[in-house]
Design a protein around this ligand. Structure first.
Ligand SMILES: [Zn+2]
Length: 302
């Protein structure tokens, strides 16, 4: 398994008390301890990759909003510090490099531990801690740069990936599946939301439901959709905030649920899987969940 990281992700600093904080990176590293990963530095992303999902005027707006000191605020909970633009562009560069490596057969699996996360960023709206739609940008890279025809994204973050859904609403070559607690931020993700080509599958889960209910929902609604789609590449929006200890939500998953789910997902796309970090805000739960997730990705990537 390739592991993409970069020191610049620690340069995206959020105000004191913000859940999406620099310390999450050390928790991810703790989770990876003992897993024999092949470490790579995330390159800076290309603007051309961002522009497949966001218009140029939005890219410029984010760039101009970056403060020279302190913070700038883009919405109620989305902040920019002086290092945020480089961090967001390295998250983009990381997923694109991971997609390149897996599509060309250099590696079977990859995990990108970037921040800020991406799945709430809409075409022209930064929100929910997110600036650019990292995982959607990775999917577009696979489709438009590498010429793949069928890509799938599975988003198991506890929140609905409204941004990924917005960016890929018209994209008939990418299946987007999201499981999420409902009702919960951002409020979208009803099962009736299907995309322009019926290629979006939303799987709402009720608050308090745990790993058993999650597994049943994936067996019923997600694995059959993936089997039918036959993706050539599977991307994962890997948020770990459905864990029972997470402070932002109320699903009751355990670390082993992430291991089970990751193994099942590796059965698709010939095992070509690129995973990208989204949420996960209890540091111990994040470390344990990353350990379960990456442990399976490493094992299956051999
Ligand atoms: Zn989340």
């Amino acid at each position: 398994m390739l592991y993409f990281a970069h020191d610049a992700f620690a340069g995206h600093v959020t105000p004191p008390g913000h859940p999406e904080r620099v310390e999450r990176l050390a928790a991810v590293e703790r989770g990876l301890q003992g897993i024999p990963v092949e470490r790579r530095a995330c390159p800076l992303g290309e603007e051309a990759d961002v522009l497949r999902c966001h218009p140029g005027r939005y890219l410029e707006r984010v760039k101009r909003a970056v403060p020279s000191e302190g913070w700038a605020q883009l919405d109620g909970d989305t902040f920019l510090s002086p290092g945020s633009y480089e961090a967001a562009m390295r998250a983009v560069g990381g997923i694109c490099a991971a997609v390149d490596a897996v599509v060309t057969g250099e590696a079977k699996t990859a995990f990108v531990a970037g921040r800020p996360p991406g799945h709430h960023a809409e075409r022209e709206t930064a929100m929910g801690f997110c600036l650019f739609g990292t995982v959607a940008i990775g999917a577009k890279r696979a489709l438009d740069h590498h010429g793949l025809n069928r890509v799938a994204i599975v988003d198991f973050d506890v929140h609905h990936g409204n941004g990924t859904q917005d960016l890929l609403w018209e994209e008939g070559r990418c299946l987007y599946v999201s499981s999420h607690q409902m009702p919960l931020y951002p409020g979208t993700g009803r099962s009736e939301e299907r995309g322009a080509h019926g290629q979006i599958v939303n799987v709402p889960l009720r608050a308090g439901s745990g790993g058993r209910e999650m597994r049943a929902a994936y067996e019923r609604a997600v694995f059959p959709a993936l089997a039918e789609w036959k993706p050539e590449l599977l991307l994962i929006s890997a948020g770990f905030d459905a864990h029972a200890d997470d402070p932002l939500a109320g699903l009751e998953w355990q670390a082993e649920d992430y291991g089970w789910l990751t193994g099942k997902l590796c059965d698709f796309a010939g095992g070509r899987v690129v995973s990208s970090l989204e949420g996960g805000y209890d540091l111990e739960a994040l470390a344990a969940s990353v350990a379960a997730h990456a442990g399976v990705l490493e094992e299956r990537g051999r």
